[in-house]
Write a protein that binds this ligand. Sequence first.
Ligand SMILES: [Zn+2]
Length: 310
Amino acid sequence: MITVLLSSVVLSSLKCWMADAEASNSDYSHQTMTSKQDFSVYITATKLSDQEKLNALEKRWKPQKPDDYPSSMHTKSGVQRRRSLNSGHMQCYPWIAVSRSGDKAGAWCAVCVLFAVSDVHNGQRMGKLVTRPLTDFSDLAGKNGALYIHERSGCHVSNVARALEFTKRAKDPTSHADVQLISHRKQQVLQNKQALVSIVETVKFTAIQNIALRGHRDDGRIEPDGCYPPDNDGNFRMLLRFRINSGDTALQKHLRHASGNALYTSKSTQNELLQISADMVRENILQRIQGRSQPKTNGGARALGGEAQG
Ligand SMILES: [Zn+2]
């Protein structure tokens, strides 16, 4: 049931997309075919650029007059009849591509030609419309018709999904899932660093003022609304609330959204920050003694930047 639903949604999307693409290209309907534009160029190419693939999907040549459509002769009840592709088929099945070149002459599926990852799908070797042209036009759109059956095949539905994803990415590179993931990741790292500055400054403040960090029952998440708890849970946590109530939105956002193992408010993180601070003070004193003093500022946040990225 889900497969049928998916197929229906994908096929519907493809028809809308290809119809839109054709409508947006007003010069397209006046094109005449040259050897360069014949679809056989895309069939035989070993590698296509993204732009060439887009052209093949959206700007390929299509028959304009009756003689342009491929046809085949059939005998029925002793009478020879010509059966042909027509404009109705092209509208109903917007993935049809037509070649008029040599042994490639006939009808093809542009989507499968461009996006099939293998000649075999689910153990079945793909044939007409994909690896060879459709040249028998006696039954196209009926329930046993070549076009009808191909459009509902698993390989075609899979390739339509690939084509839609490709087109979306080619027209808007920022829509690519990998790009979005990297962008989200960078934003997350930046937010973590901003929150860490608040936490490091709080620890630094308690160290300079010689104030104890810890209190009773100081485990668990700190509520991001900045409300003070009924029980005293220590200076560190109260100072973080004080920062939130003073407008530290980066810290508030961090406490609201960060996962439990990346809050940087635990006892172990406090101890780690103190240890880093102590190491920095010791290093600074040593450098001064050795006459190579280069005071450092805000090193704690930098030192924990790697943790934020993890
Ligand atoms: Zn196909």
